[in-house]
Design a protein around this ligand. Structure first.
Ligand SMILES: [Fe+2]
Length: 193
């Protein structure tokens, strides 16, 4: 009983030290879940690509997974830093096989669009709550999502331009090592203008 009372006291102290609202902490924890789920899904896609022999795409999706993991860590550090509690989520099993290489990028684009919407909802919430700290923190994610969506659009455009026969798909797979750096340098240049 004493232990329980002490635990409740500790929780109360922790909540009183939080520099964001409990609703905001919950919403950011939900975002941690999205990022963790994206990371796991990209690993599953990368693994499928590796098994099939799409080596360029496998490397691309494994790197994408590492980025999502990085996003999740950023959110965890932020929550812990403002005195809230970051909750590490359980993740649902992702799909293990895909229809085609193109479908994996369509899947990726859809997933990024969902994450972008979630980030925008979070930004809306910071504006409503006048939470300047979280608003400022989230600007990095807003820019990152523009980059992520552009990346997937650029790759899907290659399927439209080159076609979907075996040779075209092979060429697209091989070109993926450079596409990320091309998109990032273009985005970087547009931000400097
Ligand atoms: Fe992300």
């Amino acid at each position: 009983m004493l232990c329980e009372a002490k635990y409740i006291d500790n929780q109360k102290t922790l909540i009183s030290r939080m520099r964001i609202s409990t609703e905001m902490a919950k919403a950011i924890n939900d975002q941690i879940s999205y990022e963790a789920s994206s990371a796991t899904t990209y690993i599953a896609i990368g693994s499928w690509c590796e098994r099939i022999g799409y080596d360029g795409s496998a490397a691309f999706f494994f790197e994408q997974a590492a980025e999502e993991n990085g996003h999740m860590l950023k959110l965890i550090h932020y929550l812990n830093g403002v005195g809230a509690e970051a909750i590490i989520p359980a993740i649902e099993k992702p799909p293990s096989s895909f229809e085609s290489l193109e479908s994996t990028f369509q899947f990726g684009l859809k997933s990024e669009q969902t994450v972008t919407k979630a980030i925008y909802d979070l930004v809306d919430m910071t504006e409503k709550e006048k939470d300047r700290s979280t608003y400022s923190f989230l600007q990095w994610f807003v820019n990152e999502q523009i980059e992520e969506e552009t990346l997937f659009h650029t790759i899907l455009q290659k399927f439209d331009l080159l076609g979907k026969d075996k040779l075209a798909v092979y060429q697209i797979d091989q070109s993926l090592t450079s596409v990320r750096s091309q998109v990032m340098s273009k985005q970087g240049a547009s931000r400097q203008v």
